[in-house]
Design a protein around this ligand. Sequence first.
Ligand code: ADP
Ligand code: MG
Length: 679
Amino acid sequence: MADGVGRLPGVGPKRAQDFAKLGVESIQDLVTLWPRRHVDRTVLTPIWQLRPGVHATVRARVEAAEMRFPGPRRSYLKVRVADGTGTLEVTFFHAAWLKRQLVPGADVVLSGRVEAFRNRLSMTHPEVEVLETGQAPRLGLIPVYPLAGDLKQRFVQELAERVVPRWAAQMADPLPEMLKKQEDLPERAWAILHQHFPVNADELERSRRRLVFDEFLRMSLAVLWLHRTEPGVEAPALDTANRLVSRFLDGLPFQLTTGQAGAWEEIRRDLSDHRPMARLLQGDVGSGKTMLAALTMVSAVGSGYQAALMAPTELLAEQHFLLFERLLSPFGVTVLFVTGRGRDRAALKSRLASDEPLVAIGTQALVSEGVEFGRLGAVVVDEQHRFGVRQRAQLGAKGLFPHMLVMTATPIPRTLALTLYGDLQVSQIRGLPPGRQPIATHHVPMKDRRDAYLKVMESVRQGRQAYVICPLVEESEESQGRAATLLAEGMQKIPGWRVGLIHGRMSAKDKSIVMEAFRDGEIDVLVGTTILEVGVDVPNATVIVIEGADRFGLAQLHQLRGRVGRGQHASECFLLADPSTPEGEARLKAMVETQDGLKLAEHDLEIRGPGEVLGVRQHGVAGFQLANPLKDLALLEHAREVARAILTEDPELAHDVHQGLRTWVFEALEAALPGHVLH
Ligand code: ADP
Ligand code: MG
């Protein structure tokens, strides 16, 4: 690549690889690698002037540093620093690696909240920068960048300082001058530069407003553009009262709840129309969304069409496959499991491409990997918030406009839904099936961990089953899997326990063997990773233990807890943790206090922001990098109006002043839909 980051002095192949993990390949990517936040280091305070409760920055010298081990697997680093006016005690948890840098004599800059303990001033986990000999501390609003691999904060900061100012000036500004004036927006180059290096908070905010507006405007234009091409397309009008539907309903061991019945009425109205349905079905964990997926698909098959169900993970797809096979094959409905591999793939593909009515279940691979459907009438998407405009457009590009139902346990505000999915209708399942008991949720400090497991033992003795979720280690499924393996090995030694293990790195076949053994009651305790997070449904499992619970997001904890409380037996959830951050503590408290997914989502927003709420950690929401669609809602709505006005005035973006926008929007569409030329 001509503008690859590898071209920059100081960036060799290893660092280029680390940058690639952050999504940074070109120099332009680096220029828009936004700081996660800024540390306010506008003034240095001498230690004698520090007051408890305030945030301050101190320059000092390390006098002593010592690792302490108060318990098994617990350690912290205790450091004493002094600046000639006083001394300060500093504590870092889990920070053995810092010990090498914080040696006596090292010059450091520390930023954090000042605390007082037994009359001594202290800081816990401050920002720390170790100065090299003769190096001056940096002051001002210091950008803090996301890191990967061996990249060091200081290195990225200095690289950004060298690169951003020159390259920002060369980046295109797609907005027409008139629009900038009308919206009081600064130039894009200015905004980019000041996102990295603002002089004060006002500049940072003004820069952010411009960049967020850009993200929203681009997204809105792209969505509206796609929809512009859709009028005239038709979905099959399905017969939702066909014989298959009524036989299916009659065969169910229960009645639909009022909430399910209400949502079904709304869905059927859409399905029986030629306008392709685009409906978001929201319902808390355990509310019975799968039943509506079934009804939608049965309507299609009973009307002579195909239906597809997509799940976020292969594990869940397989669970759905087994369930639907059980539910539907008694009525002679063909249910196929479509994975990315497998020997019979060719045969499978030709069946899908025929006009045989059937149900196909798989992951997103169902639409993206060269799979053709002969007669697709309905698509159901389970728990996949990132599925939206893009996948609809992928289907559209194949000339398919089926009815589409997107199911989620996470409440999404309507405006956001509109922006992510286009013209989406929303249905809600209110309430849970009858007989559900609240899940008794306990926060258990690590010293009482044994007690939690004694409770598990008791339930197992009574014939119930349990999940044990391993802590997130470095946010990676791989290391979480290793932790799970260790934990399972330990538990297998407990007499009378049949322990199973499941994690993402196991083969699909092994995963499903374990899952089925658990479902059949041949395993008492299933130790696993977050791949158990969504959808898994084993009503006899009544206990879930979540290790290191403070490390999980609230939406995730709620989903995990939702794996129990799915049957008639009382269920319990044990959150094991000694939270090391106020956020972690707040999440545990929220979990103990409420079971209501909606309330938890609101909490989550307060505590963590929307990436977490939407279950798309780290990736940004729907391609947004700076924008926070929930918090910036007003700006989002406004950008959508601006986009609408632009396209009303110039539907083809053909005007000279719109050429920048046109290229920009087409780049976004091309990135979302590679290989499809859209006009
Ligand atoms: P979710 O909304 O989390 O996807 P599921 O569809 O998996 O929930 O349903 C959870 C459990 O509730 C399943 O075991 C399912 O069989 C059961 N269930 C669904 N609908 C009803 C109902 N109307 N009455 C009783 N149980 C139901
Ligand atoms: Mg579900």
